[in-house]
Write a protein that binds this ligand. Structure first.
Ligand code: GTP
Ligand code: SPV
Ligand code: MN
Length: 588
């Protein structure tokens, strides 16, 4: 049953059927009964494993193909008419060519399979911030993940009415052939096509494909922003609430910061941190001239390794009910899950992410480094009461950050909005397992959007500059680096919950209650102003990671100049000016 008379939906589904030739079409209605039927079917076919229902009620397990465990950036394309509009950072393909290629690949590939039609909303259904998508897929795993990560249900059709517009998403696993894997975006047609993958970021089309690549393009047209940012709220002892959004590249700490538990004495004083979102923020200018952010998602697709009772108890709690685990290890003793870092001692015997017997002597990782949990947001103990707010939350601060062993200090503040845009644009970070390719390679990742910006990166910078002009009361912009390393490669900052100490400084800068040192790159804390109570940590180490090394920054500036060259005339003058200032400051 189609549940809708919307002609565009019916036409999209008809075209998809004609192309992929499924045996059957199932219209997803979002009901628990239908989802439960699909879970049972997936268990029957072996697509999912039902975990220990006493210890992990409603939880399931899934393995992807060995060649299909992360986003494929080299096979992700922006297909707009003019190549120049995709910019120098994105892969581009001519739309006609891309459609033809995908049609060729997907033709008849759902034969013998069912096609599921998923109506979903990014954001609360009915909020003026929200947008509707329809994803067709041949994967039950995708349906069940989308039902956690987005708001799936027939109410999306009610909202669309007879001729409302939506983002079309076509997904077909095909043969999970890495040579024919393509993640295609057609921003000018509101369309996404994903073939030959079944891994999260490539196939949960509401997430990176829609809520970042397509949405960033829409934001540019419509005057708002789609960002790779967590959103968190801090309640002060006086009861006032302050919201922060932070952009870190994939697997660089968004989920962890979004759900942090402050050190004991902060809690005793009455500080509280609540999570609004852990990956994506849609941001608009409110009537009050401030920036307001919503989290368009409904769940967390989080990195499993490293998540434990100490590092992130809130995320762990969220995975204890109704979650799907992908590519972690299974503990056959009690049919539960394990990953590196969950416990200090691994169990004696596991089934690894490849389905093979594993012991601590195996010398391999039991869980894939990019293994993930998909968990309903409502299971997160520190979920903000504003999570379902239609208007979102007003931002006091925006934070950028990356994984930098050297150079970038623990925290610094930009001089103003335009300089803050510069700070975001010069982000570099070491690569992680979230995307295929080498890990630990330093690369530019402006605003953590390198893999997710749906148009020309320099135009995106210009959009940030333009937005600044529309915001009467802009948030202050900061940069953090939790990942400074010592000579032996050890992390020099404890991170995780202790990042609250840096957050506190940031929020004090926002309300003007703490001073700062003006340096070549912006405002840096005086070491005395970072609260170290309850922490066995030396002021000297803190000084060392707050130090701004002008020699290194001068080399960094030269490197940024090289990086900027590819943007040519499209690079906003404001950024060139900030770069000149940086060079001048370093030479002084
Ligand atoms: P995506 O979901 O890929 O966008 O990742 P994310 O940005 O949400 O990263 P996440 O919070 O899942 O953290 C990824 C990895 O970074 C995990 O292995 C964490 O253990 C580690 N990590 C997170 N925060 C910190 C920190 O403050 N310090 C250190 N040293 N590691 C951290
Ligand atoms: C990321 O890689 O930034 C993620 C996971 O959040 S994925 O959905 O695969 O993109
Ligand atoms: Mn992410």
């Amino acid at each position: 049953m189609a549940y809708t008379q919307n002609k565009k939906v019916l036409e999209f589904v008809r075209e998809s059927v004609e192309l992929a030739r499924p045996d059957k079409v199932v219209w997803i209605d979002g009901s628990e009964a239908q989802l439960e039927g699909l879970r049972q079917e997936a268990v029957k076919t072996g697509e999912m494993i039902k975990l220990n229902q006493e210890k992990l009620p409603g939880c399931y397990y899934h393995r992807t193909a060995e060649n299909d465990v992360a986003r494929v950036e080299d096979r992700t394309f922006i297909c707009c008419k003019n190549k120049e509009d995709a910019g120098p950072i994105n892969n581009w393909m001519d739309p006609a060519e891309a459609y033809a290629l995908c049609r060729e690949i997907a033709r008849g590939k759902m034969a013998g399979r069912t096609m599921y039609v998923i109506p979903y909303s990014m954001g609360v259904v009915g909020s003026p911030f929200s947008k509707i998508g329809i994803e067709v897929t041949d994967s039950i795993y995708v349906v069940l993940n989308m039902a956690i990560m987005t708001r799936v249900g027939v109410e999306c059709y009610d909202y669309l009415g007879e001729d409302g517009d939506f983002i079309k998403g076509f997904h077909c696993k095909c043969d999970v052939d890495p040579e024919k894997r393509y993640i295609m975006h057609f921003p000018e047609d509101d369309t996404i096509i994903s073939v030959n993958s079944a891994y999260g970021g490539n196939v949960l089309l509401g997430k990176k494909c829609f809520a970042l690549r397509i949405a960033s393009y829409l934001g540019k047209q419509e005057g708002w922003m789609a960002e790779h940012m967590l959103i968190l709220g801090v309640t002060f002892p006086d009861g006032s609430k302050h919201y922060v959004a932070a952009a870190f590249p994939s697997a660089c700490g968004k989920t962890n910061l979004a759900m942090l538990i402050p050190p004991k004495h902060f809690l005793e004083e009455g500080y509280k941190v609540e999570c609004v979102g852990d990956d994506i923020a849609w941001i608009r200018v409110g009537a009050d001239g401030r920036l307001w952010a919503v989290n368009p998602e409904n769940g967390f697709f989080g990195v499993a390794p490293g998540t434990n009772e100490k590092s992130n108890p809130n995320a762990l709690a969220a995975t204890r009910e109704g979650a799907i685990f992908t590519n972690v290890a299974i503990d056959p003793a009690d049919n539960t899950v394990w990953w590196e870092g969950l416990t200090k001692q691994p169990p004696e015997k596991l089934i690894d992410w490849l389905g093979k017997p594993w012991t601590p002597a195996s010398g391999t990782k039991a869980a894939h480094p990019n293994s993930r949990f998909t968990a309903p947001a409502t299971g997160c103990p520190c979920l903000s009461p504003e999570f379902n707010s239609k208007e979102g939350v007003p931002l006091d601060a925006i934070i950028f950050g990356g994984r930098r062993a050297t150079t970038t200090p623990l925290v610094y503040q930009s001089r103003d909005w335009d300089h803050g845009v510069f700070v975001g644009s010069i982000m570099s970070s070491e690569t992680t397992a979230a995307a295929t390719g080498a890990v630990g390679v330093l690369r530019h990742d402006p605003m953590a959007m390198k893999p997710f910006c749906g148009y020309h990166m320099a135009d995106y910078f210009a959009h940030w500059i333009e937005m600044g002009k529309k915001i009467k009361n802009p948030p202050k912009i900061f940069n953090v680096n939790w990942f400074r390393q010592g000579e032996k490669g050890e992390f020099l900052w404890p991170g995780f919950g202790d990042n609250m100490r840096v957050l506190e400084w940031i929020l004090k800068r926002c309300n003007g209650s703490v001073g700062a040192r003006k340096t070549a790159i912006g405002y840096v804390p005086y070491a005395k102003d970072i609260d170290l109570e309850g922490l066995d940590y030396s002021r000297e180490t803190l000084e060392s990671i707050l130090y701004v090394d002008k020699k290194r920054w001068s080399a960094e500036a030269d490197e940024i100049a090289e990086y900027y060259k590819q943007f040519g005339d499209r690079l906003p003058a404001e950024l060139k000016k900030s770069l000149e200032t940086l060079k001048k400051n370093c030479a002084e």
